[in-house]
Write a protein that binds this ligand. Sequence first.
Ligand SMILES: Cc1cc2nc3c(=O)[nH]c(=O)nc-3n(C[C@H](O)[C@H](O)[C@H](O)COP(=O)(O)OP(=O)(O)OC[C@H]3O[C@@H](n4cnc5c(N)ncnc54)[C@H](O)[C@@H]3O)c2cc1C
Length: 383
Amino acid sequence: MNFSFTEEQEMLRESVRRLMQRHAPRDVLRAHDRDETFPNEVYAAWAEAGLLALPFPEEVGGLGGSVVDLAIVSFELSRVSADLAMAYGGAVFCGLNILRKGSEEQVQRFLPPMMRGETRFAIGISEPDAGSDVGAIKTFARRDEDRFIVNGQKLWMTGGGLPNTIISTYVKTDRDAHYRNAMSLLLIDNDAPGVECRKLEMLGRRCVGTYEVFFRDVAVSENRLIGGLNKGWDCLMAGLQIERAVSAAGSCGAAQAIVDLAASYARERVQFGRPIGEFQAIAHMIADMATEVDAATMLMWRAVWLASEGKDALREITMAKLFSSEVYAKVANMGVQIMGGYGLSAEYDMQRYFRDARSATIAAGTSQTQRNLIAGLMGLKAR
Ligand SMILES: Cc1cc2nc3c(=O)[nH]c(=O)nc-3n(C[C@H](O)[C@H](O)[C@H](O)COP(=O)(O)OP(=O)(O)OC[C@H]3O[C@@H](n4cnc5c(N)ncnc54)[C@H](O)[C@@H]3O)c2cc1C
């Protein structure tokens, strides 16, 4: 058994850390969070450093990185901002889907501009009446000779309205078939005629933003259909394991940052003539936080390693997604408590971590959905 990273992986971790220190210092991030603006300069720095090309094979201009590499990046980006890490995830997850399911022509057309940071991707699955129940989506694409005409609405789309974004849009293309055989995946530019993006007022993740997106008679060329007609469910499922494993890495990275912040605050803050970290109540809270984050991180690395080896790891990945997101939300809550009023003040980052953490047990599948899945894999019918 070997718990260490390779030399290359350590170098990757260090370089992402340094990149974020240089391009996303605390005051810059704080201003973007307050003003709800996206730091384009950080995204450009990721592209420049090759992070957007990391998981793609060299034949298509990528760097040939593994799922472990992706998780290292997600962990390090999320240590600084889980919000920003979502923009990274959206781009690479959709890109990997095109790599897996797209034609040679689609791979050549859509991946290079994304790897150069000129275009981004957003994921359009959820709708007002289709959250956990993905099969209930209603957005419909009608065939019209060599194009589709799309009508409907998507909700909660991370980064959907950012400039130069292509939406990986899951649509129904058959009204009668079972949902597994009725969905298709279309790539739709978010500034195409008939597409309207509205940024939603949300508790957290305010830089990348969460959008509702309306499609009104949007014409989409058939060469933007990925994976074939009525094969959308296969596309969705093909990417889900890596998406959840990497999102678990993000939860662990952000949770680790919370522990570090809480511990350093507890060492400095003096009440009753001594640092609050010397009160057993506080010290034990921090010890519990550190232990739970470590446990989540171990679960996450096992899942990521299995995915990286190409092994079926549905159970392990689902457990890692469930546990790490719950630990993340829990330690964020404890972190605020440890910092008292300062934990809620914009002067410190804890309130941002707390706000950003809350969605971790909801986005990319709720905790209840993960538990249903784990129980189902154990032969239990959880409904
Ligand atoms: C910040 C944020 C970003 C997001 N980004 C994206 C994105 O980029 N693209 C995208 O497509 N979607 C995105 N989502 C949507 C996300 O995937 C959904 O919110 C999630 O799947 C849950 O759907 P819902 O919110 O409609 O809740 P619902 O499905 O209505 O669930 C409500 C509650 O009921 C529970 N529940 C539902 N069904 C069951 C069941 N069978 N058993 C037990 N409990 C159940 C849920 O766990 C939850 O507690 C994002 C969400 C958030 C919060």
